[in-house]
Design a protein around this ligand. Structure first.
Ligand SMILES: [Zn+2]
Length: 274
């Protein structure tokens, strides 16, 4: 048996739900209650994650995991073919109506696959972590997109956040939606802001020299705002192990911070001493 998390000492177990996932795995979910009703404060920083729901990649988290969206090429092609067939039928004919239903089914296939992916992704984060920090849904990231993809990306983002919040609630995981202002521009080590157009994929701080993938830097900022919001003391360094949800692609951060690295000592130690 794998225990995904410790039951905190001050918690009362209220219910136990045993369930089987479509994958065949069994889970026992303990419903717990603490004194103030909120989930217990996360104590292990390694069980806390910040997620940057990105634009070029689907999501990039503070553990260095980059998750790509599902490959919908086949579903899209099938939908387009069905739509082309529809355009060749006589409007209003029996064949036309029949083909309309085919188009509707292809739309549904596409939607199902996308939702299935979002379900798996949100399950993964809600189960593996005690605290999940994301950016509050706003227009920031969406404004960087060409207008024709804006609505679709916005809808998927909203769906993902709703699923994640619901699942975190169910699993007793803190869900924190943080202020998204400047998470990409801000250096996660020293806080200095630099302008960064979308095509600049690397964060390279002119002030402290910290370098990281653009989205990883943003994920660090999101996590650190999450810590602030819940009132958790920031750990000495941000989590840096790579954790892999099944069926996702990991792109390890090119430069992952380790405790005691020159960059970290420069950036963190003076402020601690002072
Ligand atoms: Zn910096």
């Amino acid at each position: 048996m794998i225990s995904h998390r410790e039951v905190p000492a001050d918690a009362t177990i209220k219910e136990v739900v045993v369930k089987q996932e479509p994958t065949g795995e069994w889970f026992a979910v303990l419903g717990i209650e603490t004194e103030n009703g909120a989930p217990p404060k996360p104590e292990n920083p390694e069980k806390c994650v910040g997620i940057d729901v990105g634009i070029l990649k689907y999501a990039h988290d503070s553990d260095g995991t980059a998750v790509e969206g599902p490959d919908l090429t086949d579903e899209r092609e099938r939908l387009e073919r069905a739509q082309r067939d529809l355009s060749r039928k006589d409007h209003g004919s029996a064949n036309y109506e029949k083909q309309q239903r085919v188009v509707a089914r292809r739309h549904a296939d596409l939607k199902r696959k996308r939702r299935d992916f979002l379900h798996k992704l949100s399950n993964y984060y809600a189960r593996e972590y005690d605290l999940v920090a994301v950016e509050d849904l706003d227009a920031k990231g969406l404004m960087e997109l060409p207008s024709n993809s804006r609505n679709r990306a916005g809808a998927a983002w909203g769906t993902f956040l709703r699923m994640l919040e619901y699942k975190c609630d169910r699993e007793g995981t803190h869900f924190v939606a943080v202020n998204p202002r400047g998470t990409t521009k801000e250096c996660s080590k020293c806080g200095v802001e630099t302008e960064k157009p979308l095509w600049v994929r690397e964060h390279s701080c002119p002030s402290c020299g910290f370098e990281a993938d653009r989205d990883l830097n943003a994920a660090y900022n999101i996590l650190s705002r999450g810590f602030d919001q819940v009132g958790v003391v920031h750990p000495d360094s941000m989590p840096a192990e790579t954790a892999l949800p099944p069926g996702t692609v990991a792109v390890p951060a090119e430069r992952v911070l380790e405790t005691g690295s020159p960059v970290l000592s420069e950036a963190v130690r003076p402020s601690r001493a002072g």
